[in-house]
Write a protein that binds this ligand. Sequence first.
Ligand SMILES: Cc1ncc(COP(=O)(O)O)c(C=O)c1O
Length: 365
Amino acid sequence: MSNLVAPHILALTAYEPGKPEDELRRELGVDEVIKLASNENPYGPSPKVAEALDANVHLNRYPDPTGHDLREALAAHHSVPADHITLGNGSNELIDLLCRVCASRDEHAVFGHPSFPCYRIGSIAQELRYSAVSLRDDLHWNVDDLLDAVTPKTKLLFVSNPNNPTGSYIGGSELERLLTSAPEQVLVVIDEAYVEYADITDFRSATELRGARERLAILRTFSKAYGLAGLRVGYVVGTPELVFGLNRLRAPFNVGTIGQHAARLALGDQAHLATTVDACLRDRTKLRDALHERSLEVAPSQANFLLVKMPKPGRTIYDALLHEGVIVRAMREPIESWIRVTVGRPNENARFLDALDRVLKETGD
Ligand SMILES: Cc1ncc(COP(=O)(O)O)c(C=O)c1O
């Protein structure tokens, strides 16, 4: 009775989500817990979203299967026709869907390593072959390395820009080169989960470069800067042909009524978005400087988190921080000596630094 789960599913390294605060409370009995593990917006969504939660929505009815109103709002926001957009139950669902819709068994996918693990998991689930292209020692993307990994069987090329978990990015001209140079059969997927936090001058969103490539999918999410991780709303901007294909397989009611309504209200409050992003960028610099003062190496970040090199295995530091009530993220090879910490509110960042000081002292460095 050991063959219930297919071997390729059994063999994969499953996604390890950030530990929920309540789980840590239950496991270690720590009362005061802060979570800096999943790159959420610590300030929460626009206050206008509360309207969606209070609204007299008909919860006995299925949600709008096409997400009409939210897609119209997104279409206006991006200046694209609404049939270039489809919604996902988080952008995570869309990653999986892209693998299922755009590639067949034994075809090939390319993505970076380290990068968001769901590109690998989605590829394995669809029994694709894949190349995980190592980021170079400086943890930066190299467009030539990505292009070199493409074969005649490659159907998907995933880039997280900015990249989770390194915070590194591909600049506008290199991104354009990637989009124009990848062979025609490849769907290039630019995952912009952290785009709102990219403030460096040579960064460009792929939404500005849509003219450079026909086979292009741009993923966005309401889980990060918009502060709605709990509602699971993401979307893809692509061609009508791509959207048509995704809609063939997408579960008809994949985004709930409250999620659709809340995302539209959050999108409409760009002032709240800007205020919380500004706070994050200010505190990203402060946290980086404080870590540098402790002689710790920090990867330059264009996202709402920092990757920090530890003098001990990252997992050891991660475990010790849990006992301090601070949840960060331990990393796997080749960056197993680093931890990833989300930029929190100022008091949370201070608490993380205090806890880290104690942990580094206790563990002997
Ligand atoms: C790069 C990247 N893409 C996609 C996601 C998935 O986000 P969601 O499914 O919440 O939209 C994440 C979440 O951490 C991420 O870091």
